[in-house]
Design a binder for this molecule. Sequence first.
Ligand SMILES: [Zn+2]
Length: 244
Amino acid sequence: MRKLSVAFLTVSLLLLSIPPALSQRTSVGRIFPVYANGGKPDLTVDPQRFTSQMEIIDRFFDDGTCAIEEGAVGGTGYRRILRFDTVVINGGDADLIVGDRSDPNNPYAAFFEFAPCHGHYHIRDFSVYELLNLDGTTVVAGHKQGFCFEDSFKYDGGKSNGYNCGFQGITSGWGDWYYKQLTGQWIDITGVPEGDYIVRVTINRIGTFDEGQNRYPNRVETQIHVPSPRKKVDIDNSPALVDH
Ligand SMILES: [Zn+2]
């Protein structure tokens, strides 16, 4: 699980988030069992977790915050954001091993980029979050969420091999959880007119990682109704969180 900066939030998130995560990963584990993939990982997104945690809120963004520095919102002030959980599951029969940026022989060296707000490296261009019209045309073009890969919880298989943001990876059968309270786990929908839209998450979007047979999809989509921009939604101005 990702560590949080603020102790009381750790407690409240544990209380709020763990029970549904446990129940959902059990059922999703049956949908995404580890299969013989020729010794390769196969990455996919937990579709239940993606839809069950989705919500629209308003949030205030100050100058100098990570969200502004990382371009995760279109500007300062109150923004309306559509946020959700992304759990990247590895359903292949080998670990995703991304490793350590400081290793000169790391095959992914060109894809690491340092995230100053986070104090660690992310793999660039791994995922993109988009809002589309029902005919597939773009409404909000891709926010590219940075990822560092680690084991959060088990869906299938055995023990975690202990990957973290320092030595990154996802054990075969495990999932890496980015929860909706993390900076950038959203699409900025400020000003989007009321209507029905498609929310799409695409992972391994430029084929950075070899997924072998790649039986499990690299894309999840769901439909959502966006209320009028004039309609009030919940406000969340709790302290900003980034992954650690
Ligand atoms: Zn990070």
